[in-house]
Design a protein around this ligand. Structure first.
Ligand code: NAP
Length: 263
C-alpha cells in the first residue's frame, strides 16, 4: 500500500480510540505505513494493557469537549473509533468532538457472532434483563466484564465470574477467575463441565478471542443469555482492520495534509 511520503507531504496524524484487539491490530498495520502517524488512546481500565506500536496516551479526555480540545491541540487529521461494541459513551463523545473539530471519523466495529444450528441463545436488551432471565437456582457462567457485574450483585444463584482484572466480590456464592483471552475451545469446554454450569451470560461482543465459550455452550447444549449490542453512533462503519487501514491511508487528491500542520 505504501510508497512513502512524497516531497512536501507530511504524515497523516491519526487517533485510534482503542482498548480492543482490533485497535491493537490496526495500530500494528499502521506501523508499516510511513504516511501514517498513529496515537492510540486507552481508557486506562486495565493495569497492564497490551501496548500497541506507536504512541499511546492513557486516560479519559474529559468528555466530548476535552476530546475536541485534544484533537485540535494534537493536530489530529483522522479518528478511528475502534473501541468495544458496548463502549457507547466514548463513541458519542467522538461523534460530537469530531463534528466540532472537523475531523473525519470512522467506526471500526467487529462483526457480531452469527447464530448457528444448535445454539440456544436467549437474546435480551440489557444486563438487567439478563439477570431477570436467570433460572432461580442454577450455576451461571458470567462473562460480561468487570464494570457490568452490578446487575447481578446479590442474586442467589451460584456464579463463575470471569473478568480480565480481579473484581470486587459482590456475590454470596461465586468462584472468581481473572483471565484475559484469547480462550481455547477445549479449555472452555473443560471449564463449563468442571463447574457444572447450567447457563452462560455474555454480551454480544463478537470477535474470535471470546467466541470459544459460545461454541462450548453449543456443544454442551447450554443456553446462552446474550445481551444485544447497542446501536453505534451515526456515521461510517467498517468491520475489518484492512478497511480501516485503507480509510486512514487514503490521501485525497486535494489533501490538506501537506507540509505544515492543518488548522
Ligand atoms: P465508555 O462507557 O464508552 O466510556 C466511558 C468513559 O471512559 C468515556 O467517556 C471516556 O472518558 C473514557 N474512555 C473510554 N474509552 C476510552 C479510550 N479508548 N480512550 C480514552 N478514554 C476512554 O467505555 P467503557 O465501556 O467503559 O470502555 C472503556 C474502554 O474499555 C474502551 O477503550 C473499550 O474499548 C474497552 N472495553 C470495553 C468493554 C465493554 O464491554 N464496555 C469491553 C472490552 C474493552 P472521558 O469522557 O473522560 O473522555
Amino acid at each position: 500500500m505504501s510508497e512513502g511520503l512524497a516531497r512536501g507531504e507530511r504524515a497523516i496524524r491519526a487517533l485510534i480510540l482503542g482498548g480492543t484487539t482490533e485497535a491493537a491490530r490496526l495500530a500494528e498495520a499502521c506501523a508499516a505505513v510511513p504516511e501514517l502517524e498513529i496515537i492510540t488512546s486507552l481508557a486506562g481500565r486495565t493495569r497492564a494493557p497490551i501496548a500497541p506500536p506507536g504512541a499511546i496516551r492513557i486516560g479519559g479526555f474529559g468528555g466530548a469537549d476535552g476530546l475536541e480540545r485534544y484533537l485540535r491541540e494534537q493536530g489530529i487529521d483522522r479518528l478511528v473509533d475502534a473501541t468495544h461494541p458496548f463502549a457507547l459513551q466514548i463513541g458519542h463523545n467522538a461523534e460530537d468532538a469530531c463534528r466540532a473539530a472537523g475531523v473525519p471519523r470512522l467506526r471500526l466495529l467487529r462483526p457480531p457472532w452469527q447464530r448457528q444450528q444448535g445454539d440456544r441463545w436467549i437474546e435480551v436488551d440489557s444486563l438487567a434483563d439478563a439477570a431477570r432471565r436467570l433460572p432461580p437456582s442454577g450455576r451461571v457462567f458470567l462473562s460480561v466484564g468487570r464494570s457490568d457485574l452490578g446487575a447481578f450483585a446479590g442474586l442467589a444463584q451460584w456464579f463463575l465470574v470471569r473478568t480480565i482484572e480481579p473484581a470486587e466480590p459482590c456475590f454470596a456464592n461465586a468462584r472468581w477467575l481473572a483471565e484475559r483471552g484469547p480462550f481455547r475451545l477445549e479449555d472452555e469446554l473443560a471449564l463449563l463441565c468442571e463447574h457444572a454450569i447450567d447457563v452462560v451470560v455474555t454480551k454480544a461482543s463478537g470477535g474470535e478471542a471470546t467466541y470459544p465459550k459460545i461454541a462450548a455452550a453449543r456443544q454442551l447444549g447450554l443456553p446462552v443469555i446474550m445481551v444485544r449490542r447497542p446501536p453505534p453512533p451515526e456515521g461510517p462503519v467498517v468491520d475489518s482492520v484492512a478497511a480501516a487501514l485503507a480509510w486512514l491511508a487514503h490521501r485525497p487528491a486535494d489533501s490538506r495534509i501537506l507540509a505544515g500542520r492543518s488548522t
